[in-house]
Structure formats: structure tokens, C-alpha cells
Design a protein around this ligand. Structure first.
Ligand code: AMP
Length: 448
């Protein structure tokens, strides 16, 4: 009694699921089905990998009634172009035996092609809020017949600043509609929006997805700077022969930098995605990775979010993310389907606080690895690392009585002039007093 047959689906929908080889609903699909079918507003808390896309698509398509109208009846909003493509793909597979026209719309491509497709008639639109709003304001896309609004990755849409576009879209829709919202986390922004724009949606939630944290081997390397991080990364890629890995960085600038350096030796096996890459480039990179043409993908969190990228053997955090929850999302990408996996994190001086936040969140320390002997510890700092070091010195000097500060600086200069390798260097990578930091952070947490 656990198959889709309990859902009493239409023959077309059931056949499409059979074609996909899906026989059993996932927990979120079971939970969401009857609530969505009841017609009430729904707030689903579920992450990618839980089957959340079908959790809203199956009941919505079951309830779908054919009309002759050329205007969309279902609108699905998602944060990125990649997700438009992915969700549209799922819609197309599920509606294979139904008389439904679906269309994906997003910015960065010719708007006229999209206009023509809309004029020809469309039942389901999957889009990013910016382009949907533009086309609706132009009067090309009519939203007044939409009776199901689905917002996927709601938290991410708000993180990316799409609130004005969303509210503008709401204002062009009829009030009587079903709202189905999905979010990986319940943030304050999501909560505020629910209060202001939605009518007490019924919450359907699921424990966080991804591999249970116990199944992931977590390791961390303490490294003094960017160049040493790179040396270690190159060493690991060469020696460890990773099968399928994701390299996470915190922003697109860092993504480019790491890619350029890695491409010197590994161009044939890695790809990169971030928001400054063209639409085509990004889609090609994801396809190449999904089809195992390349083994590694360098990505930012925004880009990776929501993408169905599975069977990852290693997640590498080139930097610790600012939000500790993001770390959990990142490492949960490894070893889907209960296979376990490895998460390797690089911790430089600027990552120390973020790492501590992660350890406090998980209530455990990440196992520290020794840097392999063959990895060269670089002394060369990048411009921003030099600036950081300089700022630290200034602030340290400012805190000390004048004479002492002067003396310390003079001693430092002397040391620099002497040059040569320092014997104690190895022990001082990321040299912070972690116990002290920990007590401080725990105190801070208690206070808040
Ligand atoms: P999602 O969380 O929506 O990104 O889905 C993650 C993956 O699970 C996608 O590749 C889906 O095609 C797949 N999937 C969704 N529902 C099922 C199901 N009932 N059985 C097996 N796989 C599924």
C-alpha cells in the first residue's frame, strides 16, 4: 500500500511515472499529496534530493483540468535559470501523456522568442521572477487565470532579493488561487512574507534531506593561505583520484580564480558554474558534469542550490561558508542514497570563525588532517590576504600602548628582513586559540 496507486492518479500521469521507473512516493510526496489536493495553501519545508519537485507536481497535475484558454493556469517560480530548465524537464516528463503545453522563461536570452511561444498558448509556465514580471508587465503574459502559484526555493528567492518582483507578480494575479510554497529552510524573510501575503498555509515538513551527517567522513586541513590551499587541492586531485567531486567557494570571483589555477593542470576534468557565466555555458557545464564528461565542478552555493547533482564522492570546501547551515547543505551532497561520502574542508585564517560556527551547529569537531609532506607550504600571500594581515597588524598595534606597538612593529620588520624558512611555521597554520574562540562563540550563542 505504499505505491503511487494509492494516489488514484489519472492513467496519463501514472504511465508517465511508470516510464520514469518511480513506483513509490518519497516521504515528502506522501505528506504533501493530500494537503495539496485539499486545495489549501501549503508551505512545504524540504530540500533538493527529497523528491520535492514531484511532491507538488503530482497533485497539481492530478487536479489539472483542461480548458481552451491560451493563458497559463499554473505558474512555477524558481530562483535560477538552471532550475527553470530542471523543473521544466520534470514537468515535460510527467505530462508526456497529457494535453498540456509548458514553457520555461528566464532572463539573459531573447525575449521575443519567449513572447512568440506565449502567444501560441501555454498552460504551465516555469520561470524566474524577473523575466516573468517583465513579460506580465508588458501584457504579453496574462497571469489572471493562474489558479495555482508554486514558489520553489522560496528562501533562496528572498535571499537573492526577488521580493519586489514577487509582490509585483502577486498583484497581477487573481486573489482566489492556491499557493504552494516550498523552501529548504524557514527563514525570518519567508515567515514575514507568509504573514503579509498568504493565508495561513498548512505546513508540510520533512527532516533535512541529504546524507545523514553520521555517514559523511568530515575532514579539515588547517592551511595558512590561498596558495597553500591550491597546492593541497592539486595534490589531492592528483593523488586521491576523486571520482566525482564538487568544489565549493563563497563567491564567483573566487570560483574564477580557483578554476583558472586548476585549469593549468586539470582543464579536461573540471567545469565551473557561477552567475556571471553565460546561460549556455552554465547549462553545458552542468550537462557535462551530469553526464560524467568531467569529474569536478567548481560552484558557488547559489548556483548549486536546487540542482539535482547526485552520486558525489567528495565535497571540497575551498572556503568555509558564512552560514553554518550552508556547510550542512554542501556536505549533504555527498553519497546520496545512503552510500556515505567524504567532505574535505580547507580552513585558512579567515575561515576560523565560520568553522567554529559549523562545529557548534553540529556539536562536534571536524577531524583535522596533517598536510601531506609533498604539499608545498606557500609563503606568497595574495593581495587581499596581505591587506587582511596589514589590517590585523594595525588593529593590534592600535590596541597596545604606543611604545609597545612601535616596538612590536620594529621587531616584525626585522623578522621579515631576515627571511628564510621558519622552523615553527608548520605548527602555526591558521594559528588561533581555538579553545578561546570556542568559549567566546558559545558565550555569544548563550547571550542571543
Ligand atoms: P528533487 O528533490 O525534486 O530535486 O528530486 C530529486 C531526484 O529524485 C530527482 O532526480 C527526481 O527525479 C527523483 N525522484 C523524485 N521522486 C521520486 C520517486 N518517487 N522515486 C524515485 N526517484 C524520485
Amino acid at each position: 500500500m505504499s505505491g503511487f496507486s494509492d494516489f488514484n492518479l489519472t492513467a496519463g500521469l501514472q504511465n508517465a511515472l511508470n516510464d520514469l521507473g518511480f513506483s513509490t512516493p518519497t516521504p515528502i510526496q506522501k505528506e504533501a499529496f493530500s494537503v495539496i489536493c485539499s486545495g489549501r495553501d501549503v508551505m512545504g519545508i524540504a530540500q533538493t534530493g527529497t523528491g520535492k519537485t514531484l511532491a507538488y507536481l503530482i497533485p497539481v497535475l492530478k487536479m489539472y483540468q483542461f480548458t481552451r484558454s491560451l493563458n497559463p493556469k499554473i505558474l512555477i517560480l524558481v530562483p535560477t535559470r538552471e532550475l527553470v530548465v530542471q523543473v521544466l524537464g520534470e514537468v515535460e516528463k510527467l505530462t508526456k501523456y497529457m494535453s498540456i503545453k509548458s514553457l520555461g522563461i528566464f532572463g539573459g536570452v531573447n525575449i521575443n522568442t519567449q513572447k512568440t511561444a506565449i502567444y501560441e498558448g501555454v498552460d504551465i509556465v516555469v520561470g524566474t521572477p524577473g523575466r516573468v514580471m517583465d513579460l506580465a508587465l508588458d501584457g504579453v503574459l496574462r497571469l489572471d487565470e493562474v489558479n495555482k502559484l508554486i514558489i520553489d526555493e522560496f528562501d533562496e528567492l528572498l535571499n537573492l532579493g526577488f521580493k519586489p518582483q514577487l509582490t509585483s507578480i502577486f498583484s497581477m494575479m487573481k486573489r482566489k488561487r492556491q499557493n504552494i510554497l516550498f523552501s529548504a529552510t524557514m527563514t525570518d524573510d519567508v515567515d514575514d512574507m507568509l504573514e503579509d501575503y498568504f493565508d495561513y498555509p498548512e505546513e508540510v515538513s520533512l527532516a533535512p534531506s541529504g546524507t545523514p551527517i553520521e555517514l559523511i567522513t568530515q575532514l579539515v586541513y588547517d592551511l595558512p593561505n590561498f596558495n597553500t590551499k591550491l597546492n593541497l587541492l592539486k595534490y589531492l586531485l592528483q593523488k586521491e583520484e576523486f571520482e566525482r567531486y564538487l568544489i565549493f567557494v563563497n563567491n564567483k570571483r573566487m570560483a574564477d580564480l580557483v578554476y583558472d589555477k586548476l585549469a593549468e593542470d586539470f582543464e579536461a576534468e573540471i567545469e565551473i558554474i557561477h552567475s556571471n557565466k553565460t546561460q549556455n555555458y552554465r547549462l553545458n557545464a552542468i550537462r557535462a558534469f551530469q553526464e560524467s564528461e568531467v569529474k569536478g565542478l567548481i560552484t558557488t552555493d547559489v548556483m548549486a542550490r536546487g540542482l539535482d547533482i547526485s552520486n558525489i564522492s567528495q565535497v571540497i570546501n575551498f572556503e568555509f561558508p558564512e552560514q553554518p547551515e550552508t556547510y550542512i547543505h554542501r556536505i549533504g551532497r555527498t553519497g546520496r542514497a545512503g552510500m556515505g561520502g567524504t567532505a574535505i574542508s580547507f580552513c585558512g585564517p579567515k575561515d576560523q570563525n565560520a568553522r567554529l560556527d559549523v562545529e557548534i551547529l553540529m556539536n562536534r569537531e571536524i577531524e583535522v588532517c596533517e598536510i601531506p609532506e609533498d604539499v608545498q607550504i606557500s609563503k606568497v600571500l595574495n593581495a587581499w590576504e596581505k591587506e587582511q594581515k596589514f589590517k590585523k597588524e594595525i588593529s593590534r598595534a592600535a590596541k597596545k600602548p604606543k611604545g609597545e606597538a612601535f616596538q612590536e612593529k620594529a621587531a616584525k620588520n626585522k623578522k621579515v628582513n631576515l627571511g628564510g624558512p621558519s622552523k615553527t611555521k608548520k605548527k602555526t597554520h591558521g594559528s588561533v586559540n581555538r579553545n578561546l574562540l570556542k568559549t567566546q562563540a558559545q558565550k555569544k550563542k548563550k547571550k542571543s
